[in-house]
Design a binder for this molecule. Structure first.
Ligand SMILES: Nc1ncnc2c1ncn2[C@@H]1O[C@H](COP(=O)(O)OP(=O)(O)OP(=O)(O)O)[C@@H](O)[C@H]1O
Ligand SMILES: [Mg+2]
Length: 408
C-alpha cells in the first residue's frame, strides 16, 4: 500500500473498542480518510490487562483503517486512561538574564515547574503551560520576546504509571507501529469537542466510556484539572443484567436500544421484551423499570465527577458548563440527568474541527480517536514551526558570520 508522509493517526485503546482514526493533513486543516474499529477484550477499566488480546484488536483496527484510507500506517498517537492517571498543578520562578525572554527562558521555567518529586513507578506524560507571569503581570500566553526580569509559569502536569505507559507502547510496537506520543484520553477528547470560547469561559469535558469516566476541566483557555474515574457503561450493563435477570449480551442490547437515564422522561406505557437466562421464557417488562436501574448508576457517576470538580477548586469558574461525550452520553436523558446533578448547562458533543469522512466519526464514541488526530496535528505543526524558526536563526547567524568575515 502507498506510504504517505502527511498522515496523523490516532489510536484509541478503549475498554470496549479499539479504534484507529487516520487523518490526512491538507492545506486548510485535517481530513479523516479512514477509520477502523474492533471490539476490545484486553482492557479493564481503561488499563491493559491482556497484552495478546489487545495486540489482536489493535492489528484488526489498524488493518481496517489502512484498507479504508488506502495507505500504510507506520506511527500513531496512542491514548491512555485508567485510574492510575494523576493531574497536578505546579509553579516555578526564574530570573531572566538580558531582561528579554527567550525560548531558552521559556524552556527553563517550564522545566522548573516540571521538577516535581515523584515515585519511581510514575512518569510525566504532559506538561501543559497554563499561564506565564512576567514581572507580576499574570495571564501571559505568549511570553517570547517580552521584557522582564522575573519570569514565572503555572503548568498542569499529568503523570501515569510507568508500566501502564510501557504496555501501551509495547502493544503498539508489537503491531509494527511507532508511538509518536502517549496522550491522556480526556485531553484528546477535549481537542475534538471543545470550541476556543468554551475553553476560555471555563468548561468540564466528561467522556463516559465503557470502563472509565475521563474528566478534563479547562479555565482561561488551558487545562487546570484532569482525572479518570474507574466507572462507565459496563457498570450500567451489569446492573441491568442483574436487575432484569438477563444475560450480559442482552442487557447491553436492551441498554443501547431502550435505555433512558431519567425515569421521569419515560412513557409509563412503554414495554420491553427481556430474554431470560438458561432457556427460560422471555418476559415483558415496563421500560420505566429499566430507566430506574440506569438512573441511580449514572447519577452516582455524575456525583463522583461533581466531587472531583469541587476538589479541583474551580467549581465557580465553569461558565460554559459541561460537555458530555463518550458512548454513554448517547443514551436518552443523559444530558438532562447531568443538568439535574451539576446545576450547570450541559451539552452532548460529538467530534468536530475535522473534515473528510466526518459522517463515519460523527459519534461521541469517537471523540478520543478524532481528538488524538487533532492533538497529533498540532504537535506536528509546532515541530515544523520550531524547525522553521531554527532554520531562520541559522541562516541569520551564517549571514552575520559571513558579513563579519568579509569585514575582518
Ligand atoms: N446508544 C447507547 N446508549 C447507551 N449506552 C451506549 C450507547 N452506545 C454505546 N453505549 C455505551 O458506551 C460505552 C462505550 O463507549 P466508548 O466507545 O466511548 O468506550 P471506550 O472508549 O471503549 O471505553 P473507555 O473509554 O471507558 O476505556 C459502552 O458501555 C456502551 O454500552
Ligand atoms: Mg474511551
Amino acid at each position: 500500500m502507498a506510504k504517505k508522509d502527511n498522515l496523523v493517526v490516532g489510536l484509541d485503546i478503549g475498554t470496549t473498542k479499539i479504534c484507529a482514526v487516520v487523518g490526512e493533513v491538507t492545506h486548510d486543516g485535517i481530513d479523516v480518510i479512514g477509520i477502523g474499529s474492533h471490539p476490545s477484550r484486553g482492557l479493564r477499566k481503561g488499563v491493559i490487562v491482556n497484552i495478546e488480546a489487545t495486540i489482536e484488536a489493535i492489528k484488526r483496527s489498524i488493518e481496517e483503517a489502512e484498507l479504508m484510507a488506502g495507505c500504510d500506517i507506520l506511527s500513531v498517537y496512542a491514548g491512555i486512561s485508567g485510574s492510575h492517571i494523576k493531574g497536578i498543578n505546579s509553579h516555578s520562578i526564574v530570573s531572566v538574564k538580558n531582561k528579554l525572554i527567550s525560548e531558552k527562558d521559556i524552556e527553563r521555567v517550564i522545566d522548573g515547574a516540571s521538577a516535581v518529586v515523584m515515585p519511581m513507578d510514575r512518569e510525566i506524560i504532559h506538561v501543559v503551560p497554563q499561564e506565564f507571569i512576567v514581572d507580576d503581570q499574570d495571564g501571559v500566553k505568549e511570553p517570547l520576546g517580552m521584557s522582564g526580569a522575573k519570569f514565572e509559569a503555572n503548568v498542569h502536569i499529568v503523570t501515569a504509571s510507568v508500566s501502564c505507559i510501557q504496555n501501551v507502547i509495547k502493544c503498539a510496537n508489537r503491531c509494527g507501529l511507532n508511538v509518536n506520543d502517549v496522550v491522556l484520553n480526556p485531553l484528546a477528547s477535549s481537542y475534538a469537542t471543545l470550541s476556543d470560547d468554551e475553553r476560555e469561559l471555563g468548561v468540564v469535558v466528561i467522556d463516559i466510556g465503557g470502563g472509565t469516566t475521563d474528566i478534563a476541566i479547562h479555565v482561561n483557555g488551558s487545562v487546570v484539572h484532569s482525572a479518570v474515574l474507574p466507572l462507565g457503561g459496563n457498570h450500567i450493563t451489569n446492573d441491568i443484567a442483574v436487575g432484569l435477570r438477563t444475560p450480559a449480551l442482552e442487557a447491553e442490547k436492551i441498554k443501547q436500544k431502550y435505555g433512558c437515564a431519567l425515569s421521569s422522561l419515560v412513557n409509563k406505557d412503554d414495554t420491553i421484551d427481556v430474554p431470560s437466562v438458561g432457556g427460560r421464557r422471555s418476559r415483558v417488562l415496563s421500560r420505566q423499570i429499566l430507566a430506574e436501574i440506569i438512573e441511580p448508576r449514572l447519577e452516582e457517576i455524575f456525583d463522583l465527577v461533581r466531587q472531583e470538580i469541587i476538589r479541583s477548586g474551580y467549581e465557580d469558574a465553569i461558565a460554559s458548563g459541561i460537555v458530555l461525550t463518550g458512548g454513554v452520553s448517547i443514551m436518552d436523558g443523559a444530558p438532562e440527568l447531568a443538568e439535574q446533578v451539576f446545576d450547570y448547562p450541559v451539552a452532548r458533543s460529538h467530534p468536530r474541527g475535522i473534515g473528510g469522512l466526518i459522517d463515519v466519526v460523527k459519534s461521541p464514541m469517537y471523540a478520543t480517536g478524532v481528538g488524538l488526530v487533532l492533538y497529533g496535528n498540532e504537535r506536528r505543526q509546532q515541530a515544523r514551526m520550531r524547525v522553521r524558526d531554527e532554520g531562520v536563526l541559522i541562516k541569520a547567524r551564517d549571514k552575520f558570520k559571513n558579513w563579519f568575515e568579509d569585514i575582518f
